[in-house]
Design a protein around this ligand. Sequence first.
Ligand SMILES: *[C@@H]1O[C@H](CO)[C@@H](O)[C@H](O)[C@H]1NC(C)=O
Ligand SMILES: *[C@@H]1O[C@H](CO)[C@@H](O)[C@H](O)[C@H]1NC(C)=O
Ligand SMILES: *[C@@H]1O[C@H](CO)[C@@H](O)[C@H](O)[C@H]1NC(C)=O
Ligand SMILES: *[C@@H]1O[C@H](CO)[C@@H](O)[C@H](O)[C@H]1NC(C)=O
Ligand SMILES: *[C@@H]1O[C@H](CO)[C@@H](O)[C@H](O)[C@H]1NC(C)=O
Ligand SMILES: *[C@@H]1O[C@H](CO)[C@@H](O)[C@H](O)[C@H]1NC(C)=O
Ligand SMILES: *[C@@H]1O[C@H](CO)[C@@H](O)[C@H](O)[C@H]1NC(C)=O
Ligand SMILES: *[C@@H]1O[C@H](CO)[C@@H](O)[C@H](O)[C@H]1NC(C)=O
Ligand SMILES: *[C@@H]1O[C@H](CO)[C@@H](O)[C@H](O)[C@H]1NC(C)=O
Ligand SMILES: *[C@@H]1O[C@H](CO)[C@@H](O)[C@H](O)[C@H]1NC(C)=O
Length: 496
Amino acid sequence: MKAFGPFLIVAIWLVSCAFASTFNPLQHSGPASPYFDAPPEEGISESTPDGCVVDQAAYIVRHGSRYPEPGSFSGWQSLYQKIQNATFTAKGPLNFIPTWHPPVDDVPHEPLFLSSTGALESFELGVQLRKKYGLTSGGSNFTVWAAGQQRVVDTASYFIKGYLSQGNYLTAPDENRAFVVTMPDSVNYTFADSLTSSNGCPNYSGGNNGTNQSNAFRATYQTKIAKRLNAYLNGLTLVETDVGVMQDLCGFQAEVNGDTRFCDLFEKSEWLDYEYAHDLNYYYGSGPGNPFSATVGYGWLKAVTDLLVAGPNATTANATFTPPPLIMSFTHDNNLPPIVSALGLWNTSHTAGVYPLPATRIPRAPFAFSASRLVSFRGYVALERLSCAAPLADTVKHTAGQRVALPGTAAGAQKYVRVRINNAVVPVPGCASGPGSSCPLAAFEQYVNGPRAAAAGDFVKVCGLQGVANATGAVDFFTQVPSTNAQSSVFQLPVN
Ligand SMILES: *[C@@H]1O[C@H](CO)[C@@H](O)[C@H](O)[C@H]1NC(C)=O
Ligand SMILES: *[C@@H]1O[C@H](CO)[C@@H](O)[C@H](O)[C@H]1NC(C)=O
Ligand SMILES: *[C@@H]1O[C@H](CO)[C@@H](O)[C@H](O)[C@H]1NC(C)=O
Ligand SMILES: *[C@@H]1O[C@H](CO)[C@@H](O)[C@H](O)[C@H]1NC(C)=O
Ligand SMILES: *[C@@H]1O[C@H](CO)[C@@H](O)[C@H](O)[C@H]1NC(C)=O
Ligand SMILES: *[C@@H]1O[C@H](CO)[C@@H](O)[C@H](O)[C@H]1NC(C)=O
Ligand SMILES: *[C@@H]1O[C@H](CO)[C@@H](O)[C@H](O)[C@H]1NC(C)=O
Ligand SMILES: *[C@@H]1O[C@H](CO)[C@@H](O)[C@H](O)[C@H]1NC(C)=O
Ligand SMILES: *[C@@H]1O[C@H](CO)[C@@H](O)[C@H](O)[C@H]1NC(C)=O
Ligand SMILES: *[C@@H]1O[C@H](CO)[C@@H](O)[C@H](O)[C@H]1NC(C)=O
C-alpha cells in the first residue's frame, strides 16, 4: 500500500486541478443559475443507501428557468440604451458589447414566463424522479400542487409530462390521470395554507433585511470591477449598476439563448463576491436571518411530516384526500429558504464565525447556506422516507416460484428521513444516525413537533394576525382537495 502513497497524492492533486480549472460561473450565479446538482455535502453519497428503498417523498420546487422579471428587464434595456447611445471603442474581453442586444425577442409575452430551458428542466425532473422512485405505477392517478402563476403551473405540467409520459388518451379522456391543484399565488388572504405563505405573514416583510445586506456587500466590490472593465473601453464608462446587470446576464443569457459571453467577462473572485451578495439577500431576506422565516416555512414542513409518519397511501386525520406517495409542490424562490429555516438547516456550523452570515466578508465554510445551491432555477428541498433492512448478501438463493423481496420492502423494515437540497443530502442537525446520514423517522417526527415547532412559534400570533378572519397556521391543501382555506382548485392534464 505504502508504495502507492505518492502516486495517490499526485492523482488527488490532478483531480483537484481538474476541478479548479473548471470553475463554472453558472454554478455561482445564485437565483440566475440554471439548475445543477449541488456537490455532496460533507462527502455524503447521494445514492439511496444499500438495503434501503425510498417509499415516499415530498418536494418543494422553484419553477424552472424563466425570462427576466419586468424590473430586471428594464435594467437590461437601460444597459442596452446606454451602449447604443454612445460612440465608443471596446476591446479585448468587451469587444462583443457593440454587438449585444437583450435576449428577449417577444417583449409583450416573454418576461416572467418559462424559457425553453425551464421547460426542459421541469420535464427532466419528471423523468428523473420516475426512474429513481417508480412510486406511481401505470394507470395510477397522479396529483401535484402548484402556486397559481403561469410559470409555476407550467413547471408542474412539464414535470408531469416527463413523469407519466403515457396517459394522454385522446380517444379515452376519462383515463387521463394527471391532476394539478393550484392555489392563489402571492396573496395575503390564505395565510399559511398556501405555497406562497411568505405573503401571508405581515411581520415577515418587516424582518426582511436581505436587500440592505446584499446592497451593502455589493458596494464593496462593484466599483473595483467597473474600474477593471473600463480599461477596455474608450468613450463609454460602466458604473456599479451596469456590473450588476452584466453579471445577471451570464445566467439569464445562458439559459435563454446559450450565449455565455458575459460569463467569460468576470474573474473567479468577482463571481464569488456576486454569489455571496445573493447569499446575504436570501439568508437575511427569506432564510434563517429573517426572524419570521421559520414561522412561514413551518406549515409545509408539518403537513409533509404528518404524511411521512402516516406512510405511503395513508393519510392524516380528517383528510378527504390521500396524496400520492410522491408529493410534489411547485412555488417561487422566496418560499424555499423558509423551509430550510423551519428544518433548522444551514444555521449551525462546525466552523466558528459563519452564522449569522457575516455582512462584510465571505466566511470560509465549505458547507454553508448557498443561494446557488438552493434557489437556482428549479431548485428544491426534498424529504425522502427511507425503508431499510440489511443489504442483499453476496450470495442470494432463489427458490422456484418465490421472488426474493428487495431489502427494505418487507414489513418491519426501519424507517428514516433524509433531506436533499438540489440533490445533495443535508444532514438534520443532531439527527444523522441512520443509513446515509439519515434521521430515524420517529426522531424526525419529534424534532419537527418539538424544537422546530418551538422555533417557528404560532403562525397567527408571530405574524401579527390575531383577530384576522380565517387566519390559520395549518396547511391542509394536501389532504383537502380542493381546500376551502387554501382556496385551491383542481384541473386535469392535458388541457384540451
Ligand atoms: C439614450 O438616448 C435617448 C434619446 O436621446 C434618451 O431618451 C435616453 O434616456 C438615453 N438612454 C440612456 C440610458 O442614456
Ligand atoms: C401505493 O399505491 C400505489 C397505487 O395503487 C401502488 O402501486 C403502491 O404499491 C402502493 N404503495 C404502498 C407502499 O402500498
Ligand atoms: C383520479 O382522480 C380523479 C380526481 O380526483 C377522480 O375523479 C378519478 O376517479 C380518479 N381515478 C382513479 C382511477 O382513481
Ligand atoms: C392584505 O392586503 C390588502 C391590500 O394591500 C390590505 O388592505 C389588507 O389589510 C391585507 N390583509 C392582511 C391580513 O394583512
Ligand atoms: C433597510 O434599509 C431601509 C432604508 O435605509 C430602512 O428603512 C430599513 O429599516 C432597513 N431594514 C432593516 C431591517 O434594517
Ligand atoms: C440590516 O442590514 C444593514 C446593512 O448591512 C445593517 O447595517 C443593519 O444593522 C441590519 N439591520 C438589522 C435589523 O439586522
Ligand atoms: C379532526 O376533526 C375533529 C373534529 O372536528 C377535531 O377535533 C380534530 O382536531 C381534527 N384533527 C385534526 C388533525 O385536524
Ligand atoms: C439561526 O442562527 C442564528 C444565530 O445563531 C439564530 O439567532 C437564529 O434564531 C437561527 N435561525 C433559525 C431559523 O433557527
Ligand atoms: C407582529 O406584528 C404585530 C402587529 O403588527 C406586532 O404587534 C408584533 O409586535 C409583531 N411581532 C413581532 C415579533 O415583531
Ligand atoms: C373567510 O372564509 C370564508 C369561507 O371561505 C369566506 O366566505 C370569507 O369571505 C372569508 N373571510 C375573509 C375576511 O376573507
